[in-house]
Design a protein around this ligand. Structure first.
Ligand code: UDX
Length: 441
């Protein structure tokens, strides 16, 4: 078993650390935030993620995982140091690598024995060559350090499961030594391993995420055409899904993709291509379609209603997808400001994300509009003139079609997630607009 240090305790770092401990490695997670470290030591996860707290507690008690702000002690004698810090998007779409650089410098100053530095963060192709050079330039002790790439494919909400049961582990190394260490380190997971060069590993991450983003944008593009030609995107997706070459996943049309990965990674790869003088047309199209898709329903509703001013607007779902409290690039963030600007009186419901949303849009007046947060979906619907569905939470899916008619002043629903069947909404007397399907009146 190996002695592992993990830099950064966000989704990527913390989940990786906990899963390494779970398979028996000795793990120390490093974060700069004292409060966060205290919290994690007491078994509380700073992020909302299924199974995470349970495994944090179990492995902490077993002495396999610890948390610290003292990076020197954590890195000093580690066999492998995983970097899972953020690479946020900058104004020009490129990835901000300052957090990685900072950790690399700390590693260089701390390591006292040969070790592999494994970059899990998503970084532009070629970055790990630079990280390696940077660490070697600043090394204090005479030790061998090699940088490896080990991109992460976990999805939020199922992060622990995705890590323990990953479809593949990709490792990118430049020496037999680094490859062997990583192969052995991952052995207890019993998962398929793909061992390639560092640059190919970096590219696999972007190419995979951007392909999925493209798949969603393609379906949204086709959905928009379906509406115009009188076809139904749900039926179309079903018909496509039987073809193994297409597959049945990620064919769901909706209000556009959000989250921490697809929006960022599409822009980052497009940026890499541009820097190399290459026009990455497919990915550019995915980005453009996604941008327009997010406000599609708002545009439709604006045409249907004379104004939002003074209307009670129910908003169901604020997070970018169910099972997470993450709001990054969520459709709600595009639509709520537009509605407020128009003077809407919003009643928002989200089983998990309301508190984070309220830090951006506190309850009360915002210009001509106002926003109130409610703990039950039906309180949002009561007397509402119009309802927008942005996230397909189970709690939202459980609202029976008839309830829109019962609770709302006018049962007018704009569903960005195609939760309901058209016939059931029609039978319940709801005017229903969704994505890529006929409207029901
Ligand atoms: C994604 C990838 O799935 C993961 O492999 C990668 O490591 C990080 O990015 P995540 O962002 O957590 O994970 O969520 P995911 O479930 O993939 O959904 C992303 C967005 O796409 C959500 O907004 C979701 O609503 C949307 N989506 C997904 C669709 O609109 N249609 C689909 O068919 C699938």
């Amino acid at each position: 078993m190996y002695k592992i240090a993990v830099a950064g305790t966000g989704y990527v770092g913390l989940v990786a650390g906990v899963c390494f401990a779970e398979v028996g490695h000795e793990v120390t997670c490093v974060d700069i935030d004292e409060e966060k470290v205290k919290l994690m030591k007491s078994g509380v996860s700073p992020i909302y993620e299924a199974d995470l707290e349970e495994l944090m507690k179990k492995n902490y008690v077993a002495g396999r995982i610890d948390y610290t702000t003292d990076y020197r002690s954590a890195y000093k004698e580690a066999d492998a140091i995983f970097i899972g810090v953020g690479t946020p998007e900058q104004a020009d779409g490129s990835a901000n690598l300052s957090y990685i650089a900072k950790v690399a410098r700390q590693i260089a100053e701390s390591v006292e024995k040969d070790c592999i530095v494994v970059v899990k963060s998503t970084v532009p192709i070629g970055t790990n060559d630079k990280v390696e050079q940077y660490i070697r330039d600043f090394l204090v002790h005479d030790v061998k350090v090699e940088v490896a790439s080990n991109p992460e494919f976990l999805a939020q909400g199922t992060a622990v499961h995705d890590t323990l049961h990953a479809e593949r582990i990709v490792i990118g190394t430049e020496s037999k030594w680094a490859e062997d260490v990583l192969m052995k380190l991952y052995e207890p997971f019993h998962l398929p391993m793909v061992s390639v060069t560092r640059r190919s590993a970096e590219m696999i991450k972007y190419a995979s995420n951007d392909f999925l983003a493209l798949k969603i944008s393609y379906m949204n593009d086709i959905a928009n055409l379906c509406e115009l030609v009188g076809a139904d995107i749900e039926d179309v997706a079903k018909g496509m899904s039987y073809d193994d070459r297409i597959g049945s996943k990620f064919l769901k049309a909706g209000i556009g993709y959000g989250g921490s990965c697809f929006p960022k990674d599409t822009k980052a790869l497009e940026n890499v291509a541009r820097q190399h003088g290459y026009d990455l047309k497919t990915v550019k199209a995915a980005i453009d379609i996604n941008k327009e898709q997010k406000t599609k329903l708002y545009e439709k509703a604006s045409k249907r209603l004379m104004t939002f001013a003074g209307l009670k607007v129910a908003v169901l779902g604020l997070t970018f997808k169910p099972g997470t409290d993450d709001l990054r690039e969520a459709a709600s963030l595009e639509n709520v400001p537009l509605l407020l600007e128009q003077g809407a009186d919003i009643y928002a419901y989200d089983p998990v994300g309301a508190d984070s949303f309220a830090t951006l849009y506190p309850e009360g007046e915002h210009g001509k509009g106002r926003i109130t947060y409610v703990s039950h979906a039906e309180d949002a619907l009561k007397e509402a003139n119009v309802c927008f569905i942005f996230t397909e939470w189970e709690e939202v899916k459980q609202i029976a079609p008839k309830q829109y008619d019962t609770f709302m002043r006018t049962p007018l629903v704009y569903d960005g997630r195609n939760i309901y069947r058209l016939d059931e909404m029609k039978a319940a007397g709801v005017e229903y607009h969704s994505i890529g399907r006929a409207s029901v009146k």
